[in-house]
Design a protein around this ligand. Structure first.
Ligand code: UDP
Length: 192
């Protein structure tokens, strides 16, 4: 059961539970939208109904941020450890190798997603990166076509929050992948 903090849902699942839920849904061709929740996003969403609706539309709101863990503790909830956006992305990548699923990296400045791809290929030998696209491409038709032509199973969007979440919600029904995660500055981190 999801917990709710100031109007924002948070999933109590840990990494292993999330991975099995995500890949089960992928096998069933059901879309999954993952968003990382931290206290800043909760406070922003308090004053912004559209953002609150957007965050609550995600299938999995992961507790990224110690403040969410504290809030759960204080309210007698069951969320007792963090699930960070970048670690979630890494786990999804690790599992993608075992299941022979492909990922697409969309976001960050030109060249960064390719560097992130090289890092992922070093970390997870055998990973299939179906394609990359920088986050400054703004033509929705070009974006959709580039992603769909690559036929990825999983899409990571690194454009900052909430732009990446709005992109996912507005486009997921027309995109090939079934797992969608907004990952903020993760490609920059991975590019070293
Ligand atoms: N970015 C992008 N397109 C834009 C604006 C930003 O791809 O139009 C990228 C930017 O290059 C950076 C990421 O989005 O890689 C934002 O990272 P940040 O750490 O600010 O995101 P946060 O996790 O704080 O939301």
């Amino acid at each position: 059961m999801k917990e709710n903090y100031l109007g924002v849902d948070v999933s109590p699942l840990n990494y292993d539970e999330l991975i099995s839920a995500l890949y089960k849904r992928l096998e069933e061709q059901q879309n999954s939208f993952i968003v990382a929740i931290n206290p800043e996003k909760i406070m922003k969403a308090r004053q912004d109904e559209e953002l609150r609706t957007l965050l609550n539309r995600a299938d999995f709101q992961i507790p990224d941020g110690i403040g969410v863990i504290l809030a759960s503790k204080l309210k007698g909830g069951s969320i007792n450890s963090r699930v960070t956006g970048i670690d979630m992305m890494m786990r999804i990548c690790e599992e993608s190798v075992k299941r022979n699923k492909s990922v697409f990296l969309f976001g960050a400045k030109p060249g960064i997603a390719e560097e992130a791809q090289a890092s992922l290929e070093r970390l997870y030998p055998g990973i299939r990166v179906a394609g990359t696209l920088n986050g400054y491409e703004k033509d929705p038709d070009v974006i959709r076509q580039t992603i769909n032509d690559a036929k990825p199973d999983i899409l990571f969007v690194a454009m900052g929050s909430p732009a990446q979440e709005y992109f996912i919600v507005n486009n997921m029904s027309e995109l090939h992948p079934h797992i969608f995660q907004g990952v903020g500055g993760s490609f920059d981190v991975l590019s070293g």
